[in-house]
Design a protein around this ligand. Structure first.
Ligand code: TRP
Length: 360
């Protein structure tokens, strides 16, 4: 059996550097190892609609933004299939059958769903579609027989739920679905990159994001306004690294060669950190370095985006072709599922013959 990746994002906004270090960068690396037989990257518009039902225009506008972000990070349509969830109707059909294998109380216990319900003030009026999106996510993953799902740790409960559905399906209907494995970022700083204000998570509503398509001047402004150590007032003061956003970003983005290029007084990040903790190293100097690092990391991404932006119809064409391929693959899985569930009446000669016998 081959190695297959499926992952995706909700198109509710442009992607930011948190998405990049948390998953996009890894996807591109995995793509370029050549270790995977198939890679599917899905723009989860149907899932985005589960909590944006009244705002379809927002979802529609952001499909192209996310597609541009994907391509500009280096996802290559020759190697990875980029597609739009709603254009693969088999996913809905699979979800409908999986719903029979999940209880309401199990969904209520899903920690991601729980916290999202709170965040959206849905407590008294949870849309059913939103409540059941972990089931639809199981359909996304299993439709492509994905073995590997690279995501951030906030998606762990979704993967747990998917595995349960797979096990339940296979035990009730016979070995049909593939149990996926989650692949988390290996760098701790990348697991949950904080916003520039030091708040737990980067989010559009908090206004604390650096976007992948951000202009150089904006990046600089945002880096220089970053939260550091509030007790590190004078340069001589010893500084703390914990909760210091500038150092968290360096952990996530810095490559060893950036020291030679931008900050040759230090051999590596450990030396820079040690000096900061000892005292005698000012925030401005560290921020200047981080700005150089981020500019170097984001420039090629922005340049590639500019190229793709010149040919938007081509980008839609990539998504259309990808969606057609995804549909073919999902249709095969759906067929396997329906056969296992004994709802393949017209393709089952034996069934028809046995009914002939029965009514003789
Ligand atoms: N829930 C994911 C997010 O919010 C998007 C998503 C939908 C997804 N289906 C998926 C991710 C399947 C991985 C696998 O970003």
């Amino acid at each position: 059996m081959g190695k297959i990746i499926l992952t995706g994002d909700r198109p509710t906004g442009k992607l930011h550097v948190g998405h990049y270090v948390g998953s996009l960068r890894r996807r591109v690396e995995l793509q370029n190892t050549g270790d995977f037989d198939e890679i599917y990257i899905m723009i989860a518009d149907a899932q985005a609609l589960t909590d944006n039902a009244d705002n379809p225009e927002k979802v529609r506008q952001n499909i192209i933004e996310v597609a541009l972000d994907y391509l500009s990070c280096g996802l290559d349509p020759e190697k990875s299939t980029l597609f739009i969830q709603s254009q693969v109707p088999q996913l809905c059909e699979l979800s409908f059958y999986y719903m029979n294998l999940v209880t309401v109380s199990r969904l209520q216990r899903n920690p991601t769903v729980k916290s999202e319900i709170q965040m959206r003030n849905f407590e008294a009026s949870i849309p059913v579609g939103f409540f059941t999106y972990p089931i639809s996510q199981a359909a996304d993953i299993t439709a492509f027989k994905a073995t590997t799902v690279p995501v951030g740790d906030d998606q762990l409960p979704m993967l747990e739920q998917t595995k349960e559905i797979v096990r339940k399906f296979n035990s009730v209907y016979g070995e049909t679905l593939v149990e996926p494995e989650v692949l988390l970022p290996d760098n701790k700083a990348c697991l949950r990159l904080p916003g520039i204000d030091g708040k737990a998570k980067m989010s559009k509503s908090l206004g604390n994001c650096i976007y992948l398509s951000e202009e150089p001047e904006e990046i600089k402004k945002k880096v220089f306004s970053m939260f550091t150590d509030p007790t590190h007032i004078r340069i001589e003061d010893p500084g703390k690294l914990e909760g210091n956003t500038v150092f968290t970003y360096l952990d996530a983005f810095c490559r060893p060669e950036y020291f030679a290029e931008f900050l040759p007084e230090y051999a590596n990040l450990d030396e820079l950190k040690a000096h900061y903790q000892r005292g005698g190293l000012g925030d401005m100097k560290v921020k200047r370095f981080l700005n150089n690092v981020l500019q170097a990391e984001l420039e090629p991404i922005r340049k590639r985006r500019e190229e793709y932006q010149k040919d938007i119809p081509y980008v839609y064409e990539i998504l259309r072709k990808g969606s057609e391929k995804a549909e073919r693959v999902a249709a095969q899985t759906l067929k396997d599922v329906k056969t296992a569930m004994k709802i393949n009446y017209f393709e089952d000669e034996e069934l028809i013959q046995s009914q002939v016998e029965r009514f003789k």
